[in-house]
Design a protein around this ligand. Structure first.
Ligand code: ADP
Ligand code: ZN
Length: 737
């Protein structure tokens, strides 16, 4: 075998070969020839042929010590196109992709694919135009025009719509000034964001915040370190980590803030603008493809200095990341289940490590994993024990539904409605929380007992009364709400069982017809603009009663909110997975933490049939530490994460016997191991989704065991899945349904 070097110097005569990673379910790059006279470097984007198709792909690097391919050159195909004007994937992104693929057992190509989901980044940027104040003032001056001149005084090029927004005028006013020659039209630079100014005046921190900020600045000064910023809701964690962001920006490096919900980003962006004088770049599913493309490039070119985004923002090509903040780090939205199954909070720590960059995990209710890391000294731990403005934490109380039951067919207990009435009387806001979309979770026939079930899933259809239909929450199938029972044909015999958020709204409308109400549920607030508008109305107290799902539970700051009523405190506890208690504690702490954040004292009432349950008892007693101590001990005893490790294997197929048969075959191939236990296969609790039968295996390992190595050997010995059978691996699973 002739040794060919990839170094350009020695390959003057023969063309270079380079590994190229195609963003498909491929475990490794393939080799390609570089066209004669060209040269490419690792990270460059290229077009290559694969089979009959052309793919946009990335030039990878050869592992150290590896030799060039032994495949005869004649068999190698050539790179078709080299994207010279697209920024290269930085080395740290390649390191990260390889790490993530190794850890999650996902194909490396699929991780690259996440890094390349960049909208229009790979097309030549379309020229965009903005306006700039340059010409003489218009002959006819109006107050609106004067506001535009004032706003545009800085002489920068403005996007028309932003200038109109900044001046509070309609776009027509801008057009008028262009016609008058006062504003001139000019091409916008690719990335036109205003520079952030870390030295602007900041909020005056109170003593506790100042102490926290001082410590945080030390831990995030330089290099990799993880800090848990652990402060009660409303303690000003954001103000504190803003200091760390400022420090990072002053060093000239990039900063990334991850948020679990898009809905949270709008308040955050407004606060950033106030603190740093400009908006950060946004990255999430609500951002248009053309903007995504521009953000991707601006990140790669180090023009975007501060990015706020959903978990996928972690895969942006930051060449010089100097800080990662994971806000609400305990949130389950950080776990992605489909395709590459990863936990963004954990991967943020990995990314920080690979890029020598500090990581801040912020929460009022940290995950058990993070808290244990802090307690064992692997992470720094900063606590803020009181709310800013000395606002007290809300007083929480359990409403024992056995003692104060609602009327038949009602869901609000008299104890709750009484306090609601008092609160509204005082002109303060109420939030009712129920984490269940729709009107009723089950619909049945009073006459024959027929229940509406999804034909594709093992799940009941959920009534959505506002949309007049029954919907499956797993596959999206829906049918119009019928007038008669499909089984016995009795008319008007269908009854809704149990409450959903729409049903609570109906009850509230009957009880408090005068109150201004807002119903917030992801299916009823389809666009981000709608959602932001409703959140603004709540903030500005144009709403008296908010009725919402988890969409309103997290992170928002509603100054007028005095009372939070939890309709069903037991809902999350009924799910029997290892994190049910933790999750319920976090969610209920978060949602009740929305109350009393400013001058008004807050209260929380939790309706429950088991007030003595440890989770409810700890919430009511305000004894967070007791809850955590107990939960950590329980995990330790059971060998559950973080004291043991889990992986889940899900086998699915369109036929039950096939799915079960293959799952058994997989189980039989499991090599014996001392520190690793394989449980199952068992039919999944959600045994059918979208017409596919589901079987689960659970792999339980001690912390010392090399779970990934074990799985690789095992799955390497399993006969390949045939036909429509699929096998999926989820390391550190959060979902067991
Ligand atoms: P957390 O994230 O801990 O729940 P936030 O950072 O959102 O708390 O702060 C809660 C509210 O208090 C926000 O409206 C914030 O602007 C305000 N706040 C916190 N600290 C200060 C401060 N030092 N000066 C002025 N306002 C503050
Ligand atoms: Zn379904």
């Amino acid at each position: 075998m002739a040794k060919t070097s990839t170094s350009p110097k020695t390959t003057k005569a023969t063309p270079e070969t380079v590994p190229v990673l195609v963003p498909l379910a491929l475990p490794a790059p393939y080799d390609y020839l570089v066209p004669k006279g060209d040269h490419v470097e690792p990270g460059a984007f290229v077009v290559v042929p694969l089979g009959p198709v052309k793919y946009l792909a990335a030039v990878w690097r050869r592992p150290e010590g590896d030799e060039a391919p032994s495949i005869p050159r004649k068999k190698l195909r050539e790179i078709l196109e080299i994207f010279d004007d697209v920024p290269k994937l930085p080395k740290v992104s390649m390191d990260f992709a390889e790490w993530v693929a190794n850890y999650t057992l996902a194909p490396l190509g699929m991780v690259l694919r996440m890094m390349m989901s960049a909208g229009s980044a790979f097309q030549p940027p379309a020229p965009r135009y903005g306006v700039r104040l340059e010409g003489p003032p218009p002959e006819r001056m109006t107050p609106a025009r004067a506001r535009v001149l004032e706003a545009a005084r800085n002489g920068l090029i403005w996007v028309k719509s932003s200038l109109a927004e900044a001046a509070g005028v309609s776009p027509g006013v801008i057009d008028g000034l262009v016609d008058a020659g006062t504003l001139t039209t000019e091409p916008l630079p690719d990335w036109h964001a205003m520079p952030l100014d870390p030295s602007r005046e900041r909020a005056t921190l109170n003593e506790e915040q100042a102490q926290a900020a001082k410590e945080l600045l030390e831990y995030t000064r330089d290099g990799f370190a993880v800090t848990l910023l652990d402060g009660v809701t409303g303690s000003g964690k954001t103000e504190v980590y803003f200091e760390a962001i400022a420090q990072c920006l002053e060093r000239g490096q990039q900063a990334l803030v991850l948020m679990p919900e898009i809905a949270l980003t709008s308040q955050f962006i407004a606060r950033c603008e106030e603190r740093f004088g400009a908006k950060p770049a946004e990255w999430h599913s609500g951002v248009s493809p053309s903007t995504r493309g521009r953000v991707w490039r601006a990140v790669a070119e180090i023009k975007a200095k501060l990015v706020v985004g959903a978990r996928s923002a972690l895969f942006l090509p930051f060449p010089d990341l100097g800080l990662i903040v994971v806000d609400e780090e305990h949130d389950q939205a950080y776990k992605q289940e489909d395709r590459v199954a990863y936990q963004a909070r954990d991967m943020a720590v990995v990314r920080g490590h690979l890029g020598h960059c500090p990581v801040v995990l912020s929460s009022a209710t940290p995950s058990i994993e993070t808290l244990v890391n802090a307690e064992q000294g692997r992470y720094w731990h900063i606590r803020i024990g009181t709310r800013y403005k000395a606002a007290a934490l809300p007083a929480l109380q359990a409403v024992d539904m056995r003692k104060s039951p609602p009327e038949r067919g009602r869901w609000l207990s008299p104890a709750l409605t009484e306090v609601m009435a008092e609160t509204l009387e005082r002109g303060e806001q109420v939030l009712l929380f129920l984490n269940r979309r729709g009107y009723a979770p089950v619909t049945l026939c009073r006459k024959c007992g027929f229940r509406f079930e999804c034909p594709n899933c093992s799940a009941w259809l959920v009534e959505h009364r506002f949309r007049h239909r029954l919907e499956c929450h797993h596959c999206g199938k829906f049918v119009p709400l019928p007038h008669e029972c499909p089984s016995c044909s009795t008319e008007e015999s269908l009854v809704a069982c149990g409450p959903g958020i729409e049903r609570i709204a109906e009850e509230v409308a009957e009880l408090f017809p005068e109150a201004r109400r807002a119903l917030l549920s992801s299916d009823l607030t389809p666009s981000i603009a709608d959602l932001r508008e409703t959140l603004r109305e709540i903030e500005e107290r144009e709403v008296d009663i908010v009725i919402g799902t988890q969409l309103v539970a997290k992170g928002h700051h509603f100054p007028g909110l005095a009372l939070v009523g939890v309709i069903d405190g037991d809902l999350g506890l009924a799910q029997g997975d290892p994190r049910a208690a933790e999750r319920t504690f976090q969610l209920l702490s978060q949602v009740t933490g929305r109350a009393g954040r400013e001058a008004i004292p807050g209260r929380g009432l939790i309706q429950t049939y088991m007030p003595e349950h440890p989770v409810i008892a700890a919430l009511v007693a305000g004894d967070r530490d007791a809850f955590y101590a107990q939960e950590i001990e329980a995990r330790r005893e059971a060998g559950m994460p973080p004291f043991g490790r889990l992986a889940s294997i899900l086998v699915t197929a369109g036929n039950r016997a096939v799915a079960e048969g293959y799952a058994r075959e997989v189980a039989r191939a499991a090599p014996p191991a001392e520190k690793i236990q394989v449980l199952g296969p068992a039919e999944a609790p959600l045994s059918v989704i979208r017409g596919r039968y589901r079987y689960r295996l659970l792999v339980k390992a001690t912390r010392e065991a090399d779970l990934q190595a074990y799985l690789r050997v095992w799955l390497g010995n399993v006969p390949k899945a045939r036909g429509d059978t699929r096998l999926g691996v989820d390391i550190d699973p959060y979902s067991f349904l």
